[in-house]
Write a protein that binds this ligand. Structure first.
Ligand code: FES
Ligand SMILES: [Fe+2]
Length: 438
């Protein structure tokens, strides 16, 4: 228990430092209550983590034509992702350069220009200020200096990422480390078959921490656990994985798919630029992530067959994918407020697949829709439980909960303002294949 009355203390830097020191005394323990509930920590993690990391914003199919746009929102921030007349994708802070109004409220559409609803300033698709009504009377008014502020944009595999930090290193180059395992899905030509947001009444770290471990899978996800060997300890499914890695290239026609690469959290190539891939086995008889193991859609991209495996990926700290040979599922975690977060799931199929003919939408989404509803239930319960003043962090499993532990170590360093990255450690990660990619 804490050795002071929490209500005696100002919620500030000194308290945060004490809490980090306390947490570090037992680095294997689950996160303390403080990190989920302190408004100071929430503001601090926006600055140190959210505004410095790469975030999945959307897919290129959402910006097919010049003028197409959609909004990316995180906490109180809103970014307009727009296809400019030059064909490039621009990320524009959705706050007017006059008095700061949201310039665009509709979530998606096509615009010739963005007109601020307050006093009518007009912005181009690339954010440049075109017109500011009656302002010519103002001496020294320089339109050129009053374009919408920009965020960094990176595009690879058809996935669009943003970073609020103008100085962030180019993420597209880091994602290239995953070329061998990601490119064969040809996601840039894929289509979004379905997208769904699952709001949770939980701090974002509860939602993300849940994704990062599969200790809960056996208790919470009966359907998932019948299909995916990831719910098991590594030694229990070592043979299954080895056999799948051995047949993977032959069965799918894609060489190198079985190789893994771990550059996540403190071991990322740059701060907030995590990249990860590994391939794990599905249980015998399951070609894909369907309830009966049967294919759900036409094979993706370069795939020529099924290897009874699935590719696990990470892009930045908040976006993940699980890719089967016939469909890909993207998972994104978005902080909304201190005790609210969204999980967004995006299902991709091959670009020419026709709904109702080549795939059935309900069947396609059923496993991950059900699994995500189960996750929502346990996240909400976890969030309610850690509100208790009597919650005391317990021990985490050395293998099952290794990734949440690595995440939290990175997180604590970032809170302290330490954005350094380290060399990949020799400590093995879960489900490492024999070789390392990249
Ligand atoms: S706040 Fe946008 S034009 Fe005034
Ligand atoms: Fe889960």
């Amino acid at each position: 228990m804490q050795n002071f009355l929490a209500s005696d203390r100002d919620d500030g830097l000194a308290l945060m430092r004490e809490q980090i020191a306390l947490q570090r005394r037992d680095p294997d323990a689950a996160p303390a209550r403080y990190f989920y509930h302190s408004p100071f920590v929430y503001r601090r993690e926006l600055e140190t983590i959210m505004f410095r990391s790469w975030h999945y914003a959307g897919h290129v199919s959402q910006l097919a034509q010049a003028g197409d746009y959609f909004l990316f929102e995180l906490a109180d921030e809103s970014v307009i992702l727009a296809r400019g007349d030059d064909g490039r994708i621009h990320g524009l802070i959705n706050s007017c350069r006059h008095r700061g109004s949201r310039v665009c409220e509709a979530q998606a559409g096509n615009r010739k220009t963005f007109v601020c609803p307050y006093h009518g300033w007009v912005y181009e698709r690339d954010g440049a200020l075109r017109a500011a009504r009656a302002m010519e009377c103002l001496q020294g008014f320089e339109k050129e200096k009053l374009g919408l502020k920009k965020v960094r944009v990176a595009v690879r595999f058809g996935l669009i990422f943003i970073n609020f930090d103008a100085g962030a290193a180019d993420f597209a180059a880091h994602m290239a480390l995953l070329d061998r395992q990601m490119a064969p899905y040809r996601l840039e030509r894929a289509k979004i078959a379905h997208r769904q947001t699952y709001p949770v009444d939980a701090n974002w770290k509860i939602a993300l921490g849940n994704y990062l471990e599969c200790y809960h899978c056996q208790t919470a996800h009966r359907l998932y656990s019948r299909i995916h060997s990831f719910k098991s300890l590594e030694h229990e499914v070592a043979e299954l994985n080895r056999a799948m890695w051995a047949r993977s290239a032959g069965s799918t026609g894609v060489p190198g798919l079985e190789q893994s690469l771990y550059r996540i959290f403190r071991e990322a190539p740059a701060f907030g630029a995590c990249v990860y891939t590994s391939r794990y086995a599905l249980f015998p008889g399951f070609k894909t992530g369907s309830a009966d193991g049967a294919p759900l859609a036409p094979l993706m991209g370069d795939f020529r067959g099924f290897d009874e495996g699935a590719g696990d990926f990470q892009f930045g700290p908040l976006a993940y994918m699980l890719n089967y040979p016939d469909h890909c599922v993207l998972f994104r975690y978005v902080p909304r407020a201190i005790d609210k977060a969204d999980m967004e799931i995006v299902w991709f199929v091959r670009g020419d697949a026709r709904e109702g003919i080549d795939y059935d939408r309900e069947q396609l989404i059923s496993v991950w829709h059900q699994t995500t509803l189960e996750d929502k239930r346990i996240m909400d319960a976890n969030a309610r439980g850690v509100r208790s003043h009597f919650y005391e962090p317990g021990p985490q499993h050395p293998q099952f909960e290794d990734t949440p532990r690595r995440f939290f170590d990175w997180y604590l360093h970032a809170l302290e303002g330490d954005f350094s990255v380290t060399e990949p450690s020799t400590r093995a990660h879960r489900t490492s294949s024999v070789e390392t990619a990249g």
